[in-house]
Design a protein around this ligand. Structure first.
Ligand SMILES: [Zn+2]
Length: 175
């Protein structure tokens, strides 16, 4: 049975480590971790979660874009586990957009990201996938990709003026 994992909060050293590659995606511990992360990200109203956020310094994350309380305008997709993810190419074009993080509750930041990216990863079944992401999904991928490299979104804002509380952010959406 999958279990809800505790989410590491900013200040936990695991969030600042470079995660290690997964040698064997089929390993039962990896499969169990993916199942745990899937229910943990859904329970927390997240649109993505990386293994270091549940105290596992491994190169693995879930991208799970869907509209929810925290991201009302997100696009719906099947939650996807990505093992040993890589960015193959990026568009020159960047776009600023609002991000939050389950490890940094209560804060949102305006973060510049590449608008389109080419990515590669192993699925939960160990199959290599190559895909193109754009807009919000590309943003989620880049956010989670940072997590497996010991970075968080506040490292990416151009100015501290681009940080706001979550309450003010949601108020600005006129919800
Ligand atoms: Zn995050």
């Amino acid at each position: 049975m999958p279990i809800l994992r505790q989410i590491a909060q900013l200040g936990q050293p695991v969030l600042r480590r470079v995660a290690g590659k997964i040698a064997d995606p089929a390993c039962p511990a990896v499969q169990a971790l993916i199942d745990d992360m899937l229910i943990t990200v859904a329970d927390a109203n997240g649109v993505g979660i990386a293994a270091p956020q549940v105290f596992e310094p491994l190169s693995l994350f879930i991208v799970a874009s869907r509209p929810n309380q925290r991201y009302p305008h997100a696009r719906q997709m099947e939650p996807t586990a990505m093992i040993n993810p890589e960015i193959v190419w990026v568009s020159d074009e960047k776009e600023k957009g609002w991000e939050g993080c389950l490890s940094i509750p209560g804060l949102r930041g305006l973060v510049p990201r590449h608008r389109r990216i080419g990515i590669r990863y192993l699925t939960w079944a160990g199959e290599m996938r190559e895909e193109e992401y754009e807009d919000f999904q590309a943003r989620i991928f880049q956010h989670e990709f940072d997590h497996v490299h010991g970075m968080v979104f506040v490292d990416r804002v151009e100015s501290t003026q681009d940080l706001v509380t979550e309450k003010e952010y949601l108020r600005s959406l006129n919800l």
